[in-house]
Design a protein around this ligand. Structure first.
Ligand code: ADP
Length: 489
């Protein structure tokens, strides 16, 4: 299952520091495996702390020049990087499927989505306007300046090996920040392929650095938070790790953007279009094999449409999802990232079934395919005391719960500590406004579950974190505002 790349130079097993592809000085490496086949893909350097510091220093040196460039110049680099990603879409998608496991069609969509952030931020780069402010004192002139915050440290997860990087780096580079990116150890190759393309796009050395580490992940996280040269850390990952990083960042009062866990609700009201709700649920839940932070995780269905929705959804899922290797064109569901992820899904299903949930489809591992596969699963008769109602599953599992009143379902949807995405289906205009305002989530899909594109602000509230990615606001996360008062005019 080794893919053939049209541009084999995109597969790199070295880190990228100061414009050079480098191995670890110690010679140490860690292995990266295909989560579907369990076969070794290759290795990546296990860098040490001094090598990370070298990358930070290189980014700092590059920043001294980068901050003098115009937004227009940075726009051209980003545009070129975008075009190169599109040109190499197939190869980049192959790397994603290989290291992450998601089916190839999903991976192709991820490349388009990821490249879209470079395109979007190429358009934002020349538009970081400030204000001129009328003075209350005669003879004073006042204005604001927006300037890059400085070197940014970027820590990304494995579920979107390219997208989580471009969404951050596009904004950072548009603002004029150089970056040190620490990709997840499970998926370093997409990040390194982006480095190959950065070089082709003419992005100066030291502006985009990729540091790889597995055992040293925690050491690297701590250093990025505590190093005084780094002025900003952007992290996507779990809420517990976000809390660790925030603690570590207090030593330097680091500016932070965190995209953390979600536990999205998916509500079907009695006046909602049941068929549309069924169809929208499939890609929303099973994209990335259920491993995205905006995947609906708690389905609440009004008691009057519960039977119809559950029956139709279970039938569609049973009919549509065929698990297999992401490169096999017959597959519509890939593996999970590792067997621990499958253990969690299995534990949630066992817990629910022991408390009288019903398996409507799926409900088991698929050992004949490998240890990381779990069937697309739908559970009915789920109740609030089951673990799945409180914890994010991060796998191909849909639990369906019944509700009776709008007030009750809003309370139940909001009853979690996190607040990233949520979805609901209703045709009642007044209810649409009322419920959208009442749900405590950063992003809300109404009669749709497609809520992420570069033009839209992406971000959570509550313990899903803070900071916005994408949209006209995303670049602000990498800018500082300065006030200038000119007296004696
Ligand atoms: P996930 O469930 O997506 O793996 P994590 O929050 O555990 O979520 O990991 C997200 C990213 O953060 C990964 O790249 C992981 O390697 C990294 N990471 C995990 N723990 C730490 C830590 N203590 N400091 C810095 N990075 C970490």
């Amino acid at each position: 299952s080794k893919p053939t790349l049209a541009a084999p130079e995109l597969f790199v097993q070295q880190a990228y520091i100061n414009g050079e592809f480098v191995s670890a000085k110690s010679g140490k490496t860690f292995e990266v495996t295909d989560p579907a086949s369990q076969e070794k893909i290759g290795v990546a350097p296990e860098l040490e702390l001094d090598e990370l510091r070298g990358a930070i220093d290189a980014a700092s040196a590059a920043y001294k020049e980068l901050k003098k460039t115009t937004g227009r110049q940075r726009a051209r680099w980003l545009r070129k990087w975008y075009e190169l990603m599109i040109e190499h879409q197939e190869d980049l998608a192959k790397l994603i499927t290989w290291e992450n496991g998601k089916i190839f069609e999903d991976a192709q969509k991820e490349v388009a989505y990821s490249a879209g952030f470079f395109e979007w931020f190429s358009e934002e780069a020349p538009r970081t306007y400030g204000d001129t402010i009328p003075s209350s004192v005669p003879g004073n002139r006042m204005f604001t300046l927006k300037q890059p915050i400085g070197v940014a440290g970027i820590i990304t997860p494995w579920n979107f090996p390219a997208g989580m990087i471009t969404r951050k780096v596009g904004a950072a580079l548009a603002a004029g920040c150089s970056v040190v990116v620490k990709p997840a150890a499970e998926t370093p190759y997409s990040a390194l392929a982006l480095a190959v393309l950065a070089e082709k796009a003419g992005i100066p050395k030291g502006v985009f650095n990729v540091v790889t580490a597995h055992e040293n992940t925690k050491v690297f996280g701590k250093e990025l938070c505590e190093n005084k040269t780094i002025k900003k850390v952007s992290f996507t990952g779990s809420t517990p790790v976000g809390k660790i990083l925030m603690n570590q960042s207090s030593s330097t009062l680091k500016k932070l953007s965190f995209e953390l866990g979600g536990n999205a609700s998916y509500i079907v009201f009695e006046d909602g279009d049941v068929d549309a709700a069924v169809e929208a649920a499939l890609p929303a839940k099973y994209r990335g094999n259920g491993q995205t932070c905006v995947c609906p995780n708690r389905f609440f269905v009004h008691e009057t449409v519960y039977d119809e929705f559950s029956t139709k959804l279970a039938a569609r899922v049973a009919d549509h999802y065929k698990a297999g290797h992401g490169f096999d064109s017959a597959s519509t569901l890939g593996p999970l990232i590792n067997s621990a992820a499958v253990d969690k899904v299995e534990a949630h299903v066992k817990d629910a079934v022991s408390k009288n949930a019903t398996i409507l489809t799926g409900g088991s591992r698929l050992p004949e395919l490998g240890p990381n596969f779990y069937a697309a699963t739908v559970l009915g008769d789920v109740t609030p005391e089951m673990a799945i109602n409180r914890e994010e599953t991060f796998g191909p599992l849909i639990p369906i719960m019944k509700f009776t009143s709008e007030a009750d379902v809003i309370e139940r949807a909001n009853s979690v500590d996190v607040g990233l995405a949520s979805y609901f289906f209703s045709k009642d205009v007044a209810r649409i406004y009322r419920v959208a305002e009442a749900l405590e989530f950063g992003m809300i899909g109404v009669n749709t579950a497609m809520i992420s594109e570069p033009a839209l602000p992406f971000g959570g509230i509550k313990e899903s974190g803070f900071g916005i990615e994408g949209s006209k606001y995303g670049i602000e996360e990498y800018l500082v505002k300065k006030t200038v008062v000119v007296g004696g005019v």
